[in-house]
Design a protein around this ligand. Structure first.
Ligand code: NAI
Ligand code: MG
Length: 346
């Protein structure tokens, strides 16, 4: 038995950090089935060369894989004819309906409780991101409208994912993020559907131990910065989740530390939260820890908890000791040196 992993480094520092994550997976030995890697293309660079950002071969090859790791894409900020973000398209093609982003600070001593230890579970397929926008010309000037879609089906499945994640954590708490005091129809449906998840007959009481809280999105951001320790699992519609998960990442220092996965019922793709970082590309100083933690998170979703725990412990040790760190964390080390330090701890 082997574990087939698609590797899509894509652009910029994606090409520097994904190989590091690969090395860590190879070093796990018997904690996981022998990994087998398939290198795949996507991104801006392949678009400029071949005219498409997500080649069909990449999607087809991924369907034969047990999971994947994605680096980062350099998306142009202007509109480019024919270009659309491969990550958005991949989420659609593989039905990766959840974006899951754990944000955890490293405690000063092993065994201590970290100050920040939360997971943002973001619905990944609807809300304002259905991208139905219209511009009309009226007597008083231009008018722009956007459609916001919230369905019971998508809210229920993201809710189940959030409860499932909470069940595996010591505090077992889910906070529903919404603005149903203003958007009572759309956010109202989201809130109500998630509240009803523990009572679903097919769930069979499985989530009864999980505590359910809720918070209006603006006050959630305020409290996230004042007292992040109150949160465990936050579940949010697409737009609020997008903003909250970047905000939460700011609580732990560097983008170079924060992992994520895009998950569906049949596939999981790890992806560091950061972008392609053109300002440091090619210098060999990109922090590989977000990508390495993304590999661990992918394994966690695949059920390889022991392997995931081992990687996370090694990463935490390297950060705690503070001797081998890249410049984004105030250190002087190179990507390769940080990777070597992690491999040594493993
Ligand atoms: P960015 O995340 O690439 O960089 C922001 C800042 O953080 C830069 O100063 C960068 O050097 C630093 N940084 C990021 N990751 C780091 C790492 N691993 N180690 C050390 N320093 C790190 O975001 P930015 O600059 O806004 O976007 C650059 C490009 O990346 C754009 O083309 C953007 O569209 C794309 N991007 C792609 C994402 C994705 O693929 N999911 C997410 C965010 C941006
Ligand atoms: Mg974002």
């Amino acid at each position: 038995q082997s574990l087939k992993i698609g590797l899509i480094p894509a652009d910029g520092i994606g090409k520097e950090v994904i190989p590091a994550a690969k090395r860590v997976l190879e070093a796990l030995g018997s904690d996981i089935p022998k990994p087998e890697f398939v290198s795949l293309l996507a991104g801006w660079e392949v678009f400029t060369r071949e005219g498409y950002a997500l080649p069909d071969e990449t999607v087809e090859a991924l369907k034969e894989c047990d999971g994947a790791l994605f680096g980062a894409v350099s998306s142009p900020s202007r509109r480019v004819t024919g270009y659309s973000s491969p990550i958005v398209q991949l989420r659609k093609e593989l039905d990766l309906y959840a974006n899951v982003r754990p944000v955890t600070s490293v405690a000063a001593n092993p065994g201590d409780k970290p100050d920040v230890d939360l997971v943002v579970v973001r619905e990944n397929t609807e809300c304002l991101y259905v991208k139905q926008e219209q511009l009309t010309l009226t007597e008083s000037g231009r008018e722009a409208r956007a459609t916001r879609l919230i369905t019971e089906r998508a809210s229920r499945r993201i809710g189940k994912m959030a409860f499932e994640i909470a069940l595996g954590r010591p505090r077992q708490q889910v906070t529903i993020i919404h603005k149903s005091n203003v958007l009572s129809v759309t956010d109202g449906l989201f809130r109500e559907t998630i509240r009803a998840v523990p009572k679903l007959s097919e769930v069979n009481g499985k989530y009864d131990s999980v505590k359910v809280e809720e918070q209006i999105v603006d006050s959630a951001v305020y409290r996230l910065f004042r007292e992040p320790e109150i949160y465990d699992v936050l579940v949010a519609p697409n737009l609020y989740g997008d903003i909250l998960s970047d905000a939460a990442a700011a609580l732990v220092g560097s983008l170079g530390l924060v992992p994520s996965v895009n998950a569906g019922d049949n596939f999981v793709m790890g992806e560091p939260v950061h972008g392609s970082a053109p300002d440091i590309e090619g210098k060999g100083i990109a922090n590989p820890l977000a990508a390495i933690r993304s590999a661990a998170l992918m394994l966690r979703f695949q059920g390889y908890t022991a392997g995931a725990d081992r990687i996370d412990r090694a990463v935490d040790q390297v950060i705690r000791e503070g001797e081998v760190l890249t410049p984004d964390l105030g250190g002087k080390s190179k990507t390769q040196e940080v990777l070597d330090a992690v491999l040594k701890k493993l």
